[in-house]
Design a protein around this ligand. Sequence first.
Ligand SMILES: [Zn+2]
Length: 92
Amino acid sequence: MALKDDWKETGKDLGGAFKQLGKSIVKSGATVVNKANDWAERDDAKEEAKKEAEVKKAQEEREASKVVCPQCGAGIENAEAFCPKCGAKLGE
Ligand SMILES: [Zn+2]
């Protein structure tokens, strides 16, 4: 009788524990999804910023170059007679 009651109680406790576990799993699952969304958005923003930075850097590098190909716009660091990229003749 006492043993049976104990089991009953244990079962109840277990059920409560599983209920709690299920709740926390659902809760953490939702948290993970929210975090994943946050990260996805953050990654998009990061990717966007990276692209902008790359474009800006390319522009700066082009502007910093002494010679710019009039044909393709490639920056040529060393003064050459022809553009190494498209072969256009450089000069005045
Ligand atoms: Zn060129």
